[in-house]
Write a protein that binds this ligand. Structure first.
Ligand code: ADP
Ligand code: MG
Ligand code: MG
Length: 922
């Protein structure tokens, strides 16, 4: 989501004018001036200029806000400019602000480029005072005599909103007073309060303001307006707004605009009201009438849920003229914005007014459907449609979902922290999670919040549920890192880990061992087992979706068309990280154009191989070592034959052995116990003893920075030679069998060209031998990973010995930042995210300024040495939407990622290509 935010921030340039103008009438702006007028102001101007009924008004620019925030005072020219616009507005409306006989009232509305939590709420009815409330009543009474109630209702709303948002009085104080008045009257409906009641409430509200601010509610209308404007400015720097900006990487210098908009009244009686609407269903994307309407109400009443709203469709029976007009306007808006819009409107005595519009938020499925529908309507082209969807949405559509028809009871609705659908028995501590999952149970780890001690349990669980914490809580961060389903902050649940149970809002108790289901894509928590249905989008990629099964109403069709277009547009190729034929086959079905990373260490695991690997590690002479290698060789070769077959005709980059050797040896504690027991029985096992010695010898303080990667190849004679021989012989065998194998050999953790040169010589020898023995001439490229800062910095030298680079961005991130992923994600990332040090983990999205700069440097230097150097990336970043855009711009040839992320990478590579094309021509 926020990758888009950032992209737009960068692209839009602020107009710079010599003669700075701080106030724009709604007739002067347009929708492209969001930087200057904020989203709300720009769109109000756009609607005004479309000839739609927008109450007249003007916008104070973000530039004025900036001056105010920088200097602590309004720009000198602002006051006069506002006065001039206010005069014009009064002229146009035939009323003066706060006039005792016929007052003009306005709303003061904040409006940044992006809507933002922490920003000041809107204040309605500015201009009302003890002096003008009677005038307003008299004017309103002209129509139906209900003027008094209306005027006092408006006045109490003003004091309440103004008191809370501008003067900082605790909002509950007003709410409680209102509640008491309703109770005294024996009603729960605010419409039952009459003019006299409201008048009394106004007095009480004024008292609350006096008591809590030490001053009277301001009676001067212009002072009300100025104070409200300053409050909006100040709210830009509220703690919440600042934190939100840091986390979403919204630049602080954008600032907010303020809109002054003449009031229209939805609280003037039964023929008035206020509503919200969407131009089509934001959940499904289908056309239709979607919205809510509330009679005789103002502003936020609709969403605040004070009374039951009616469906928008019912408005037709109530006020057909306004309804028809609204439908026409919605069509106009959708055609004009060429997208789904959401709108706010008010009807004042049968006259419709538009108060806001913007391109509306939507679900992932709706995004795909709408984009393609708009193409079919001829409103946008396929490039634009592709631009309108994103990889995060596609990823969401690829998770299995709970059956929507479920009868299971939903007991909580928390924060959707890490997508997926998980079912399991509730457990309340890490130890039980591990124990139960070892005995084959599926468990959901339930905690109030998690901490680093819960890590093992989180790994063992199908999913994680917490009752506290948000999207950057420990549970959320770690679960996302592990790709595990997580719902956090389900506050309705009372979790009692001591008693091993949680209680739902309506008092149901879930004990340890009870089945629950959690939906990490929606945040919903259910009792019992909810059936999981596979994603139709995955079935489509897998080729298992049976014909006519797109019951999702064109969703798969939409995905299909946009994927096809992304494939046409993209320059980046997409490969898979896969080390066996199964993964390779799936990757191919998902559109992989080869394997970018085959990890050979997996070929060193498994019972029979493990023994040979141990012998290899224990060998202290050439003979033993050669024997062990000779036993492993055919096993590896067999693996490669299968892999090359699955990827026939496509490149397969094989990485030689990378991890530290201790990973192949038994656990030190287990082994020590075994040895000690054997000794106690006076029956020592020679092999175990030697293993234990080796384990001690190989023990490292920092295995991540120890004997691994190319270093292994250089200290264990024959190891890399054996692996290369297995690759070459497998390729020769495939070739002789009529296949088209395309292996590439990749050396990990190289820091200097000398390392690579030595390995290169050994490999070339082996390749020549295999060619001579099999009679097959193989062209096997040799390249290196760039995953150490030194390698990136000396890429120009390294390219002399490497035919390709593959950026290992996981290790590169670890070594550039100097922290290890396994240690830090669980320990201090939450704190870093909360403090806004990063908006997202650098292991999720590439750190452009640090790691990214090294990548760019290596690309440049590498290609200087070797212009046809092939460049790719094989860290998990290869499937991260934002990172894919970076790699496209950095000029790589391909990205490689896990099979499941391939469609996401394809889609984003396509989007990246059209975006750069767009910005080049701009
Ligand atoms: P938000 O960004 O929270 O939606 P708005 O500025 O849109 O804040 O205003 C909040 C509510 O007040 C909305 O329902 C809007 O329609 C209503 N409102 C704002 N200005 C006016 C006005 N001039 N006349 C009537 N209602 C208004
Ligand atoms: Mg609004
Ligand atoms: Mg690595």
């Amino acid at each position: 989501m926020f990758s888009d935010v950032r992209a737009t921030v960068r692209q839009e340039n602020r107009p710079v004018s010599a003669e700075q103008k701080f106030v724009y009438d709604f007739t002067e702006g347009n929708k492209d001036l969001k930087d200057l007028l904020g989203g709300k102001g720009a769109n109000l101007a756009e609607m005004t200029n479309l000839g739609l009924p927008v109450p007249p008004g003007f916008t104070i620019t973000t530039e004025a806000c900036k001056v105010y925030l920088d200097t602590g005072a309004e720009p000198a020219a602002l006051r006069a400019e506002v006065s001039a616009h206010l005069d014009a507005l009064e002229q146009q409306m035939g009323r003066r602000l706060g006039d005792a006989a016929d007052p003009l009232l306005v709303s003061v509305r904040s409006g940044a480029k992006f809507s933002m939590p922490g920003m000041m709420d809107t204040v309605l009815n500015i201009g009302l005072s003890d002096a003008s409330v009677g005038g307003l009543a008299a004017q309103a009474a002209a129509a139906d005599g209900s003027g008094d109630r209306f005027a006092w209702d408006s006045y109490r709303r003003l004091i309440q909103m103004f008191g809370k948002t501008v003067l900082g009085v605790e909002g509950d104080l007003f709410e409680e007073a209102l509640e008491r008045a309703k109770q005294a009257k024996g009603t729960s409906d605010d419409l039952d309060l009459d003019a006299a009641d409201l008048k009394a409430i106004v007095e009480e509200f004024k008292g609350i303001v006096r008591d809590h601010t030490g001053r009277d509610f301001p009676q001067d209308p212009r002072e009300q307006m100025d104070l409200a404007v300053h409050a909006v400015f100040d709210s830009w720097n509220s703690d919440r707004a600042k934190l939100y900006r840091r986390q979403e990487r919204i630049p602080g210098e954008l600032a907010t605009a303020v809109n002054i908009c003449s009031m229209v009244f939805g609280n003037l009686g039964a023929d008035s009201g206020t509503g919200v609407a969407f131009t089509r269903d934001p959940a499904s994307g289908h056309a239709g009438v979607y919205g809510d309407y509330l009679q005789n109400a103002q502003g936020e009443d609709v969403v605040a849920g004070i009374r039951n709203t009616m469906q928008l469709a019912e408005l037709e029976g109530l006020d057909k003229t306004s309804y028809d007009r609204l439908m026409t306007i919605m069509e106009t808006l959708e055609n004009h914005y060429r997208d789904l819009c959401d709108i706010e409107f008010t009807i004042e005595r049968g006259k419709l007014w538009m108060l806001q519009t913007r391109v509306g938020k939507r679900t992932a499925a709706a995004a795909f459907r709408i984009a393609v529908q708009l193409v079919d309507q001829g409103l946008i082209d396929l490039d634009e449609a592709l631009h309108r969807v994103n990889g995060a949405q596609l990823a969401q559509l690829m998770f299995p979902r709970f059956d929507e028809a479920t009868k299971a009871e939903r007991v909580a609705w928390g924060i959707a922290a890490s997508p997926g659908a998980a079912v399991g028995k509730a457990v309340f501590d890490s130890y039980t999670a591990v124990k139960w999952s070892r005995s084959g149970e599926q468990v959901i780890l339930v905690r109030r919040e998690t901490n680093p001690d819960d890590l093992d349990g989180m790994i063992a669980a199908e999913g994680i549920l917490t009752s506290r914490g948000g999207k950057t809580s420990h549970a959320a961060v770690v679960a996302r890192g592990m790709g595990k389903t997580c719902v956090c902050g389900a506050e309705e649940l009372e979790v009692d880990t001591k008693k091993r149970r949680f209680t739902t809002a309506d008092g149901k108790v879930v004990e340890e061992g009870d089945l629950i289901s959690i939906d990490g894509s929606t945040g919903k928590v259910y009792l019992g087992e909810v059936p999981v249905v596979p994603s139709p989008v995955v079935e489509y990629f897998e080729g298992t979706l049976h014909a006519g099964a797109d019951e999702q109403g064109g969703l798969v069709q939409a995905v299909h068309r946009l994927m096809a277009h992304a494939d046409i547009r993209r320059r980046l190729r997409v490969r898979a990280n896969a080390d066996n034929a199964d993964d390779a086959n799936r990757a191919r079905r998902f559109g992989a154009q080869g394997i970018g990373l085959c990890r050979t260490e997996h070929m060193f695991l498994g019972e029979e191989r493990r023994r040979e690997v141990e012998q290899l590690i224990l060998a202290d002479n050439d003979k033993d070592r050669d024997t062990a290698l000779a036993t492993l060789m055919p096993l590896q070769k067999g693996d490669f034959v299968e892999l090359f077959q699955a990827m026939d005709g496509l490149p397969v980059t094989v990485r030689l052995l990378d991890p530290p050797l201790h990973e192949f040896l038994p656990d030190i504690t287990e082994l020590s116990v075994r040895v000690a027991l054997a000794e106690a029985r006076k029956d020592p096992n020679e092999n175990d003893l030697r293993l234990l010695q080796a384990v001690h010898k190989l023990h490292e303080q920092n295995p991540m920075l120890g004997l691994r990667g190319v270093r292994l190849g250089l200290v264990i004679p024959g190891l890399f030679g054996m692996q290369v021989r297995a690759i070459a012989e497998a390729a020769a065998e495939r070739r002789l069998g009529g296949g088209d194998p395309r292996p590439e050999v990749m050396i990990p953790l190289v820091g200097t060209v000398q390392e690579l040169e030595i390995v290169r010589d050994e490999c070339e020898l082996v390749l020549a031998e295999v060619a001579a023995a099999t009679g097959v001439k193989l062209d096997i490229k040799l390249g290196t990973m760039i995953e150490l800062p030194r390698a990136a910095l000396t890429a120009g030298q390294i390219a002399e010995a490497a035919e390709f680079f593959s950026f290992g961005t996981n290790d590169l991130t670890q070594t550039v930042w100097g922290f290890s992923r396994d240690d830090v994600e669980a320990s201090f990332f939450t704190a870093y995210l909360e403090k806004g040090i990063f908006g997202v983990s650098p292991f999720e999205t590439i750190d452009r300024d640090g790691v990214g700069a090294l990548v760019e440097h290596a690309v440049r230097e590498g290609r200087k040495t070797r212009p046809d150097l092939k460049l790719g990336v094989c860290g998990e970043h290869g499937g991260d939407p934002d990172s894919v855009h970076f790699f496209h711009r950095a000029g790589l040839d391909y990205v490689s990622c896990s099979p499941f992320r391939i469609p996401v990478a394809r889609l984003e590579a396509g989007r990246a290509a059209i975006e750069t094309a767009g910005s080049d021509s701009r």
